[in-house]
Write a protein that binds this ligand. Structure first.
Ligand SMILES: C=C(OP(=O)(O)O)C(=O)O
Ligand SMILES: [Mg+2]
Length: 548
């Protein structure tokens, strides 16, 4: 490598997908400037008539990319193509040209902008779709103005991609053989970029302030340490070095201490992916994913059949079904909570059911029926629990519905600090590290600017987990992890060293986690865990655990 002779500046971000790689930088195009509202077109009818062919061209390009992709990538690209050709969006834009005399690019810009605002105002998953609508908007505007479309340019060789953040359509069909590493200025540990990078095995660092302004030609990326060295000349491509992903499908440390490695699922496709990836079961079935678009509460029969479709691949295996986690970042249209000044601290998760116990009871009945039908070993757990009384209330209702094992998620510091009482009220707990970090650090999990606080290697978060694991160990009750922390291979070992009994993750992360776990004995991981706990910041915690 010739890089050692080049001047380098090291930028720090949050490492979200481990591995090291170096290579020439390719910038992902930012969107072009907003189109101007004038001058008015001389022939509005002709200008309006340009919109549908432009939308058709954008949709066709996305469909062609979808045809060359598979699995989730194909779904994302097809969904984006559908949005680009959405008749109500295009109709609104045409109307703005005809009635308000806006030039076609501006009309599309405003129509899509309004649609995105509506989605963003509802928050959560729908707000994430707002990002997709804005992505479609920018593609349409680029098509109408004849400018470079936003997103990843055609890659001619192995490259390090540097972006502000990546939209699902940008990343859906990324070729991991050409993308050496991903670096983003924004985004956090639970962002789309982070999850995708881990699932593709591409080293990634997010929330790297100033990386775009640096305008570098080459970069060397360390996805574990969260560092990006930038060079002002292109750097010879150096393929990623990653954890070996040779895993025999059994979750165990080098000396045979078993840890259940499980899949996080939300659809039948996820469930099949989990089984293919050798998941021993599922530690988190996000039931709200089945009903994101439902306008009214699905009746018991509709719920039973939706759950059965997801449980079916797991016949004979354990699955933890989480009851609806609605509100804040995951609003469900049929559970309108009303205006809240701070939805993340509002009526969400299990709290939605306190005023609507019938809603919970109907869901538990449907889950019990789906479990009986499929033969999956189902237990249930409640999201966003703050007190032992809430946990006991939930467990009682679950048992009344005929479900034997009931647990709760630990996502609030209050639940973690009262681990003993919570565990006494239920059969198990599962730690949602995404939300537990957000509430512990008072740092919105969606904000790139606060990503460093949501880093799951933060010693404060590790201490809460250690407390929970100790309380579970004393009672002989399982303490699992189902947040993104479980998908970080080295952290998975540290969590095991803290006493956690199961790790549930995106199915794509299973081989790397399984392989890393098997590299050391339980005593080694316990030592690594104690060193990480004693560290004063995430970087030191990683080093102390032997990550760097
Ligand atoms: C697993 C979790 O739940 P979700 O990401 O669905 O909020 C979590 O908060 O860590
Ligand atoms: Mg959560």
């Amino acid at each position: 490598m010739s890089t050692s002779t080049l001047p380098a500046k090291t930028h720090h971000g949050v490492g979200v997908s481990p591995g090291r790689a170096a290579g020439p930088v390719v910038r992902v195009h930012d969107r072009s400037p907003d189109p101007l509202p004038g001058p008015a077109p001389t022939d509005p009818a002709a200008d309006a008539a340009r919109i549908r062919p432009a939308a058709e061209a954008v949709a066709q390009r996305l469909i062609a990319r979808a045809a060359a992709a598979d699995g989730e990538a194909r779904e994302v690209l097809e969904m984006t193509a559908t949005m680009a050709a959405d008749p109500s969006l295009l109709g609104k834009a045409e109307q703005a040209v005809a009635e308000r005399g806006l030039p076609a690019p501006r009309a599309v810009f405003e129509a899509a902008g309004e649609f995105a605002e509506l989605l963003a105002a509802t928050g959560g998953y729908l707000a994430e779709r707002a990002r997709d609508v804005l992505d479609v908007r920018d593609r349409l505007v680029a098509e109408l103005t004849g400018t470079e479309p936003p997103g990843v340019p055609e890659l001619t060789g192995p490259s390090v991609l540097v972006a502000r953040d990546l939209a699902p359509a940008d990343t859906a069909d990324l070729d991991p053989r050409l993308v050496l590493a991903l670096v983003t200025e924004e985004g956090g540990p639970t962002s789309h970029t982070a999850i995708l990078a881990r699932s593709l095995g591409i080293p990634a660092v997010v929330a790297v302030r100033g990386v775009l302004a640096a305008d570098a030609a080459g970069a060397r990326v360390d996805g574990a340490a969260g560092t990006v060295e930038l060079f002002d000349r292109a750097v010879e491509p150096e393929a990623a070095t990653r954890d070996r992903v040779l895993w025999n499908g059994v979750g165990t440390t080098a000396d045979g201490h078993r840890v259940a490695l499980l899949a996080n699922i939300g659809s039948a496709a996820d469930a099949r992916a989990g089984i293919t990836a050798d998941a021993a079961g599922s530690g988190l079935f996000r039931t709200e994913f089945c009903f994101l678009d439902a306008a009214a509460e699905p009746d018991v029969e509709a719920q039973r059949s939706a759950y059965a479709a997801v449980l079916e691949p797991f016949a004979g295996k354990p699955v933890v079904v989480r009851t609806l986690d609605a509100g804040a970042d995951k609003p469900l249209p049929f559970l309108a909570i009303g205006d809240e000044p701070n939805p993340a601290l509002g009526v969400r998760g299990l709290r939605v059911a306190f005023d609507r116990p019938g809603l919970l009871d109907r869901q538990l009945t449907a889950i019990a029926a789906a479990a009986a039908e499929t033969g999956a070993e189902v237990s249930v757990m409640a999201p966003m629990v703050a007190t032992a009384a809430e946990a006991a209330w939930f467990a009682e209702r679950a048992r009344a519905a005929g479900i034997e094992r009931a647990g709760v998620m630990v996502e609030t510091p209050a639940a973690a600090l009262t681990a003993e009482a919570i565990l006494d009220a239920v059969d198990f707990v599962s730690i949602g590290t995404n939300d537990l970090a957000q509430y512990t650090f008072a740092a919105d999990r969606m904000l790139g600017a606060l990503a460093a606080l949501n880093d799951p290697w933060q010693p404060a978060l590790l201490r809460l987990i250690a407390h929970l694991a100790r309380a579970g160990g004393e009672r002989g009750k399982p303490v699992g992890i189902c947040g993104e922390a479980a998908a970080d291979p080295r952290l998975a070992g540290v969590l095991t060293g803290l006493g956690v009994t199961s790790l549930s993750m995106n199915p794509a992360a299973l081989p790397a986690v399984g392989a890393a776990l098997a590299e050391r004995t339980l005593a080694d991981w316990q030592r690594a865990a104690q060193s990480a706990l004693a560290a004063t910041d995430p970087a030191r915690a990683r080093r102390a655990a032997g990550q760097d």
